[in-house]
Design a protein around this ligand. Sequence first.
Ligand code: PMP
Length: 391
Amino acid sequence: MPATSGTRRSDALYAAAVRRLPGGNTRSTVYVPPSPPYAVRGEGHTITDADGHEVIDLQGNMTALVHGHAHPAILAELRAAVADGLCFGMPTEWEVALAGELVRRIDIVERVRFANSGTEAVMLALRVARAYTGRPKILRFDGSYHGLYDPIVATGARGVAPQTWQAVVTVPVADEAAFAAALDEHGDELACVIVDLMPNRPGLVPVTPEFARLLRDETQRRGILLLVDEVITFRLAVGGLQSKYGLRPDLVTLGKAIGGGLPIGAYGGSAEVMAVTDPREDGAVELGGTFTGNPPTMRAGLVGLRLLDAREIARINGLGDDLREGLRGLGLIVNGRGSLLRIISDEPLELWWRLYRAGVLIAKNGLACTSLPMDDSTVEKLLRRFAAVQR
Ligand code: PMP
C-alpha cells in the first residue's frame, strides 16, 4: 500500500478533513487508505481529481450513475427544475410522472412511494410489510447489504440495540436447507423475506432460478411477503433483475439509477399491500420526508429512465459482458451480470491503487459497472489499462 495517495492537493484536502470529519470521512465506503483522492469534476465517463489526474469512472458512484456524469439531457432538465423551485410542501406532477414510469416498467408495482435513499426505501418497505401482515419479524440473507437501517446491518453490528436481532432471522446466502429450516421455525412470525437476487457484498453472484422459485413458493405458502431489493440490480433490465427470473415479489425497493444521479429511493408493490400507507385509510402508516419527491430528483429520474430504455440497457449490458470476458482473459476473477461487474482480488486495495494510477476507478471492494457514455472503444481502453497493471 502506498504511504500517501501521491496526489498533493488531495493529500492537503485530507489533512484538513481529518480535523473536521472522523477519520477525514463521511462515507466509509469511499474511504481508501492512507487517504483518498478527491474528485473535482465529472463528464461522461471521465472524472478529474484534485490533482488533475483523469480516470475512467468504472464505479459510477457505486453503480448509481448509469448515465455517467453531466448527461446533457439530465442537465437541461435539472436547470429547468431548479428554476421552477427546489422543493415544495405540496405534491407536484413530477412524482406522478416518475411513479407512472416505475409502474409501467415493473410488473408487480401498482403503487409506489418515494424516499431519499435506498436505505430509507428498505426501512419503509419493511415497515409496510410488518403493517400489512401484522407480523414482527424479517428474514435476511447474511452478508447481503441493504443499507444502514438497524435490522438489516450485520448481526451484532456495533451501535445497534441487541434486542433488534430478536426480530431478525438471518440465513446464509442462497442456502436452501437453512432457509427451509428458518421458515419452519419462524414462518408464522415473519412479515417479510428481503433478498437481493445478485448481492454485491457476498461476491455479485446471481441466485439460481431454482432458489428464486423456492423463495416465491415458500413465502407465498406461508403468507410472508417477498421483498426484492433492486437498489443495484434494477439497471440490468427494463423491469429490473426480477423480470429476468420471471419472479413476482410482493414488494420492490429501488434507488441509485432511478434518480438520474440525484439522491433517491423508492418502494412499491401491489395496490393492496401499499394501501397500508394510504392517508385516506384509518390507521394508515404515516410516512413523510421533507425532501421526498423533490422536483429536481423526480425530473432527473424521469429523463434518466427514459434514456435508460431497452436498447441502451442491452448495449451497456453487452459492454459489461465484453469487459468481463476481456478481464477474465487477463487472468482476473470477475463475477456479475451485464453492466454490473465485481472483480475479486486477494489484495483489493493494492489493485484499487494500481488501477487508479493507471486511470481506472472501481469500488474498493471490486464493484464496477459500465454506463451510457461508454462504447466499444472505452472497453478497449479499459482492457489496455487493466493489462498494464496486471503485468
Ligand atoms: N440496497 C442495496 C442492495 C444496496 O446496494 C444499497 C447501497 N449500496 C442500499 C440498499 C442502500 O442504498 P443507499 O446507499 O442509497 O442508502
